[in-house]
Design a protein around this ligand. Structure first.
Ligand code: DAH
Length: 337
């Protein structure tokens, strides 16, 4: 065999590969030329019979033929992959794509962010506090009497060193005022802990958002204005709020705040037990004893505070009937939000 024979072989091989019209034909060309017993290995063996002066050129030409043919066959294989007559595992362009599920933010996170955003537009900033608190921050500084039931070991988790797992976010008020001079305008979302037996509306671990506003001449009217704005932003423009007298150790006067029912808009339905109202949060004017604990001068400032349960609001907004749904991490549940 000489160089000219080789060139003819090359033209023939490339033509055959080029004109193959399905995967089987491509595979046949591959076997004919490139397989272990194919034509090209045979040609390589011929190399020893080629005249010495032609050897380098011949060797080079065989290599070129092999490379070009391999490339072309690869290209043709890709062209026919997945179609009828395909030899190997192919790529079926007609198959629907595989859906890779995107994660979603947990409903508790979504509502926490929403509440935070609303108060941020009013100039509140976010303050943070630890889950493990001192008895003083959690109870004493908040004017909670020594015999108040919430201090009971049956209600609050105490640690061996005498500290506790905070049972509300209110101690963040104390921390913040101890470290900052008035005016104060903060909200503080976070985890809370109580020794509750889990059921449809209770969990030993839940979330609250605390709010605190302290300045000169802050009044109950400011509290009402702030919470009305919050209610409308959260629930829609036609929601109304009402204050009901209540008692909290850390506020005086204290109120519970109801929103008109989001389902019947105040007409009365099953969800609001025909009252037209849904209880949403606790609030009041900061008790002078609390200001005394943190060293604020009660002749200079007044303030309001409020606290709300995030689970409760989330359940109301999304119509969730069992709080445990929020903690079970069932993707079928979570992916709905
Ligand atoms: N800490 C109260 C609770 O856990 C909620 C609360 C009520 C917070 C009134 C306040 C407030 O700041 O003024 O039920």
């Amino acid at each position: 065999m000489n160089l000219q024979d080789l060139n003819e072989l090359k033209t023939k091989a490339l033509n055959e590969a080029q004109s193959a019209t399905d995967a089987n034909a491509v595979e046949a060309v591959r076997i004919e030329y490139l397989a272990r017993k194919g034509l090209l290995p045979k040609v390589m063996q011929e190399l020893k019979n080629v005249p010495v002066e032609e050897k380098p050129l011949f060797g080079k030409a065989v290599n070129e033929l092999k490379n070009e043919l391999t490339e072309l066959i690869k290209k043709k294989q890709a062209e026919f992959a997945g179609s009828a007559g395909s030899a190997g595992v192919g790529f079926d362009l007609t198959q629907p794509g595989q859906w890779q599920g995107l994660g979603t933010r947990h409903p508790i996170t979504q509502i926490t962010d929403r509440i935070t955003q609303i108060f941020q537009t009013l100039g509140f900033t976010v303050a943070d506090g630890p889950d493990v608190e001192t008895v003083w921050n959690n109870f004493d500084a908040l004017n909670t009497p020594a015999d108040h039931p919430s201090r009971d070991e049956q209600d609050t988790f105490y640690l061996e060193n005498g500290d506790l797992m905070r049972c509300h976010t209110s101690p963040v008020q104390v921390r913040y005022m101890m470290e900052n001079k008035p005016p104060v305008r903060i909200i503080s979302p976070g985890r809370c802990y109580r020794r509750d037996t889990p059921d449809a509306t209770h969990s030993a671990n839940f979330h609250q958002v605390e709010g605190l506003y302290v300045d000169e001449n802050v009044s109950l009217a400011d509290l009402k204005g702030t919470l009305s704005y919050f209610a409308r932003e959260l629930m829609g423009p036609d929601v109304k709020i009402r204050f009901r007298p209540h008692f909290f150790p850390f506020t005086e006067p204290s109120v519970e705040v109801d929103f008109t029912c989001h389902v019947c808009h105040g007409k009365g339905c099953r969800v609001c037990k025909n009252s037209g109202w849904i209880e949403i949060l606790g609030a009041g004017m900061v008790d002078p004893n609390v200001f005394g604990s943190v060293g604020y001068d009660t002749s200079e400032v007044t303030g309001f505070a409020f606290g709300m349960g995030i689970e409760r609001i989330t359940m109301i907004l999304y119509g969730i009937h069992d709080i445990r749904n929020l903690y079970e991490n069932d993707v079928r549940f979570l992916s709905q939000f």
